[in-house]
Design a protein. Structure first.
Length: 338
């Protein structure tokens, strides 16, 4: 049987990308599109240190009635991972996303769902490309899932702290194996319930993390947190000013990006803004809701894009694992349920 990582890669394609400040140097960027190109489009942006494969189950589900487009950012997944001369910035990845949707997959209208580091790329896109937050934007809906979008309230692991520290980053990266990263950091800490080491998902994650120079670039790719810390207030203010309907969805078992992060962002930047917004929690999900509760997340995506979100806090169903609507903000959607 073909392994999951290989199957994901062989079903995708590559395009050439010239990053900011690297005239003459090009990167090969992996991407996939699933579903009917005439269906409503949605773009999914992955986090650190993983890849578009994170969305495998969600993408297959949504592709039955959406055109789903994904890519691997430089330094991640099956895209190029230059060891020297490349800064791996969030702002450059925001440029990459703009290029991807405008020039590669040529989307006239699309929703955006982001996760982890991808949240920051999406926020940088709003800040650096004002057209994406205006009423005439090609962006129809902005969905954010678990990510440290306000670092003062984050709870980074010792591993992340050591990797982020210039004094210990190289030795930490040298000691890390793809198997440990997949099994312990991701499988045990970030998924609920934990994924056992012999699960095919762990094998796929291990293969993808080890692909190319994936482990060697970890000290550089994690520097996005420093960029995030410097820019996050301005980026969140751009989110507040955005005219695009926004939905915040959080797996409640996350201890790296704990629930206090979305609570703060919701209360400070989303609840009081003019554009419509909603805040959901997933009671049985951890840092990767797209893995832990993919069907529930897909349901929330469809509900959000249909503009049929209830106006008052509620449990989506009587199932104790069902999503919970915490609050609505901004102007109500047309056709909202009472």
């Amino acid at each position: 049987m073909v392994d999951r990582a290989h199957a994901w890669q062989t079903a995708g394609q590559y395009f050439t990308w010239y990053p900011q400040g690297r005239s003459g140097d090009a990167l090969q960027i992996f991407y996939r599109c699933l579903g009917d190109p005439t269906s409503p489009a949605i773009v999914l942006l992955h986090g650190w240190p993983t890849s578009s494969y994170d969305f495998r189950l969600l993408a297959y589900d949504l592709s039955t009635d959406h055109y789903v487009c994904l890519l691997d950012f430089p330094g991640h997944g099956f895209s190029d991972k230059p060891l020297k001369g490349y800064a791996y910035t969030l702002r450059d990845d925001a440029r990459l996303v703009d290029f991807f949707v405008q020039q590669i997959v040529r989307l006239q209208r699309f929703a955006l769902l982001t996760h982890d580091r991808g949240d920051s790329v999406g926020l940088a896109l709003l800040a650096d490309f004002p057209a994406y937050r205006q009423q005439t934007s090609p962006l129809t809906h902005h969905l954010l899932t678990n990510g440290n979008i306000y670092l003062p309230l984050a709870s980074l692991t010792d591993f992340q702290q050591a990797l982020r520290d210039p004094q210990t980053s190289q030795t930490t990266a040298a000691a890390v194996t793809a198997d440990w990263l997949a099994t312990t950091f991701l499988g045990h800490l970030c998924f609920t319930p934990p994924v056992p080491p012999d699960d095919p998902e762990i094998a796929a994650l291990t293969d993808i993390l080890a692909y190319g120079s994936g482990l060697a670039v970890l000290p550089t790719t994690i520097k996005y947190l420093d960029e995030r810390a410097q820019a996050e207030v301005g980026w969140l203010e751009s989110l507040h000013e955005s005219c695009i309907p926004t939905t915040l969805i959080w797996g409640i078992h996350d201890i790296i990006c704990p629930i206090r992060v979305p609570n703060y962002v919701w209360a400070t930047y989303l609840r009081s803004r003019a554009a419509s917004s909603a805040y959901w929690v997933l009671p049985s999900a951890n840092h990767y809701p797209q893995h832990d509760q993919p069907a529930a997340l897909a349901h929330l995506v469809r509900l959000s894009l249909s503009e049929q979100i209830p106006t008052a806090p509620m449990n989506l169903t009587s199932d104790p694992s069902a999503p919970v609507l915490v609050e609505r903000g901004g102007l109500p959607h047309h056709g909202s349920a009472p």
